[in-house]
Design a protein around this ligand. Structure first.
Ligand SMILES: NC(=O)c1ccc[n+]([C@@H]2O[C@H](COP(=O)([O-])OP(=O)(O)OC[C@H]3O[C@@H](n4cnc5c(N)ncnc54)[C@H](OP(=O)(O)O)[C@@H]3O)[C@@H](O)[C@H]2O)c1
Length: 295
């Protein structure tokens, strides 16, 4: 059966282990069609964020899909400039309105703000309240280090269900994944097939162009992207590959009918270069990104 399998989060709800990422501000007009195509192909998880400036278009795609709300899994994220008791609640209401939904499945803090961690804590406490009120089904974080998680958990009640972090064969985050396993937090990979490298000057470290991955792709009769996504899934990692291309949307979902043997997994494990393409979570601030969230 080539169907997307589910992971169970630490509060008992299930989440598809593969979903569609939709970060592409330059092409936001293509978002609704991509969401609709993905859902028609069997995707149920859509990963957006207030800062992607396309929640309205995601909502349009969800509505056009004709799939019942209860069968969809929508993740969105609160942006750093909206951290704080009243601001985070307002940001949640604004996201709901743009998406045209009356609850969110998974609501994440988009980045830690280590230079003002009090605001990060205040925002997370709003997420805890939304969870208690049944307005979100699960809460979590994104781009948190193990130390950020420890700091957060020391000051709040609910263990995040998910930490969505940059993760691909060139940046494997082995220690952080081990910490997640210990804490019962699901690791979700952003740029799972190395999209960050293709946006950067360091194209030489793009895992999709790696000769080892190319060899495995040939061996299994799959594409490089499929080999990488399968590696994540066999590691118990959730993935949200982004594509607005109908053929690649189908390709990326088509990874549940083959298995990588242990030696192939080990060959990919050996490709870690420890290279991050995104900002350093130790120093993130909203100002560094210069994104104006719509109301
Ligand atoms: N939490 C965070 O801070 C954070 C940060 C970044 C991203 N994210 C989330 O993670 C998602 C994925 O990350 P990402 O967009 O950075 O990178 P990605 O999913 O690793 O790669 C996406 C790029 O690869 C191309 N692509 C897609 N499928 C392909 C395939 N089968 N073969 C070759 N190329 C393919 C896409 O172009 P086409 O569209 O033309 O196919 C796009 O340029 C985002 O959309 C977003 O939802 C979260």
């Amino acid at each position: 059966m080539n169907r997307i399998s589910n992971l169970t989060l630490n509060n008992g709800i299930t989440m598809p282990c593969l979903g569609l990422g939709v970060l592409d501000r330059a092409n936001r007009a293509s978002t609704a069609a991509a969401v609709e195509a993905a859902i028609a192909d069997g995707y149920r998880l859509i990963d957006t964020a207030a800062s992607y400036l396309n929640e309205r278009e995601v909502g349009e795609g969800l509505a056009r899909s004709g799939v019942a709300r209860a069968d969809l899994f929508v993740t969105t994220k609160v942006w750093m400039s909206d951290y704080g008791e009243e601001k985070t609640l307002h940001a949640y209401e604004a996201s709901l309105g743009r998406l045209g939904l009356d609850y969110i499945d998974l609501y994440l803090l988009h980045w830690p703000v280590p230079l003002d961690f009090e605001a990060t804590i205040a925002a997370y406490k709003v997420l805890e309240k939304l969870l208690a009120e049944g307005r979100v089904r699960a809460i979590g974080v994104s781009n948190f280090s193990a130390a950020h998680l420890e700091n957060l958990m020391a000051q709040t009640e609910i263990v995040p269900a998910v930490n969505q972090v940059e993760l691909n064969p060139s940046f494997q985050q082995k220690d952080l994944r081990a910490a997640h396993r210990q804490l019962g937090i699901v690791t979700q990979a952003w740029s799972p097939i190395g999209g960050g490298f293709r946006r950067s000057a360091d194209q030489g470290s793009d895992p999709i162009a790696d000769p080892v991955i190319a060899g495995l792709a040939q061996k299994h009769g799959r594409t490089a992207a499929q080999i990488i996504l399968r590696w994540h899934i066999q590691n118990g990692v959730s993935v949200v590959p982004k594509s607005f291309n109908p053929k690649r949307i189908v390709e990326n979902r088509n990874v549940f009918d083959f298995e990588l043997p242990a030696d192939d997994m080990a060959a990919i494990n050996a490709l870690d270069k420890g290279l991050r393409t995104g900002p350093d979570p130790e120093t993130t601030t909203a100002a560094a990104f210069d994104i104006a969230i719509e109301d």
